[in-house]
Design a protein around this ligand. Structure first.
Ligand SMILES: *Cc1c(COP(=O)(O)O)cnc(C)c1O
Length: 351
């Protein structure tokens, strides 16, 4: 064995076990496959790909489709292999050795993880016990550390908290560097930061096809940001990183916006039903604007609840050993039948 970079020696990998169970509510995917008409159109176009040629390096049609949907210019759109690659490209470009990245914990683990891999120093602000972010704490972190990149995640994973719009406005007033708003779940909430994106403001909004669009398998994500920033990212990302199949998949998905909106509405209504049912049980249920809900049992260890659910063929995310999330589990909203199975199991396991 040869040693890795000194700064990577204590790095742990990203853990999200893929267990084979009947009801999988652990990774916030859509519970439904994409529309059959999307699959047919995708297969038809795949047969016409010129496989011996490199794909369109600028992903012209895909970016035009995304830009059209959001009402922005294609030059404001950067697309990559999952929003994780969007985040990685951002951090390679604006973080790296000698630079500082701020997160407000607990939040999406990969923000800090990818930042560290680029060699940046991560500073962690603290959320309140109800997982909201106090503007005073936000200002303290920014004033003290002058971060080159500051992350907000709204709705926040794994807590479900939707940041108030005023918080972003206050952050934009004080942040000396780039502000990244990770909106992997924004369609399940009532508010988006997209209205803040323009060429004068150093803010980007990151989205993914993995959650809302029933396309986690395709690994497709993007950001909307200032033109000058997108141009810089294009220099850093590997050439031809987006394969031809993925470009087709994403472009065609945008022809099914109505189907996707209907699915989002159904998940939001299932979330309301599930939260109401869980509030009658011996649980702390944190308010969520996403397609998942964070819960904490009041009178048994979280790990025991997780195991009890798994014994009944229901897999949720065990956050109980994560920092600041003692005894917490995160459950993804599934189909009505999956949610019923979860509720049944939950009622059985809880004392
Ligand atoms: C799931 C998730 C992503 C998605 O990552 P992909 O690489 O697009 O699958 C990004 N950010 C957050 C906060 C997430 O929860």
């Amino acid at each position: 064995m040869i040693p890795v970079r000194d700064d990577l020696r204590s790095l742990e990998g990203y853990h999200s076990p893929q267990v084979d169970v009947r009801v999988r509510l652990n990774t916030n995917e859509s519970p439904l496959a994409p529309p059959a008409a999307w699959r047919d159109a995708f297969v038809a176009e795949l047969s016409r790909v010129e496989w011996h040629r490199y794909p369109d390096r600028a992903a012209t049609d895909l970016r035009a489709a995304i830009a059209g949907w959001h009402g922005v210019d294609p030059s404001q759109v950067f697309v990559a292999n999952g929003s994780n690659e969007v985040l990685q490209t951002l951090l390679l470009t604006y973080a790296g050795p000698g630079r500082t990245v701020a997160t407000f914990e607990p939040t999406y683990q990969l923000h800090a993880h990818i930042a560290r891999i680029t060699g940046a120093t991560v500073v962690e602000g603290e959320r309140a016990t109800d997982f909201t972010l106090d503007p005073t704490e936000m200002r303290r972190v920014v004033a003290e550390h002058q971060p080159h990149v500051t992350f907000l995640c709204s709705p926040n994973n794994p807590t479900g908290v939707v940041e108030p719009p005023e918080l972003l406005e206050q952050l934009l007033e004080v942040a000396p560097g780039l502000v990244v708003v990770d909106e992997a779940y924004a369609q399940f909430a009532e508010w988006t930061a997209l209205g803040h994106v323009d060429d004068q403001t150093p803010v980007v909004v990151v989205r993914t096809f993995s959650k809302t669009w029933s396309m986690a398998a395709s690994r497709l994500g993007y950001l909307i940001g200032p033109r000058w920033l997108v141009a810089e990212l294009e220099k850093v990302v590997l050439p031809y990183h987006l394969d031809a199949a993925k470009q087709i998949a994403g472009r065609l998905a945008l022809q099914f916006v109505d189907d996707m909106d209907a699915r989002v509405a159904e998940i939001v209504s299932e979330r309301t039903r599930l939260v109401a049912a869980m509030e009658l049980l011996d649980l702390e249920v944190f308010p969520s604007g996403a397609n998942f809900v964070l819960i904490r049992p009041r009178s048994m260890p979280g790990r025991e609840l997780w195991q009890g659910l798994l014994d009944r063929d229901v897999l949720v995310r065990d956050c109980s050993s994560w920092p600041r999330l003692d005894h917490c589990l995160r459950v993804t909203i599934g189909t009505p039948a999956e949610n019923d199975a979860f509720l049944d199991a939950l009622t059985e396991v809880l004392p």
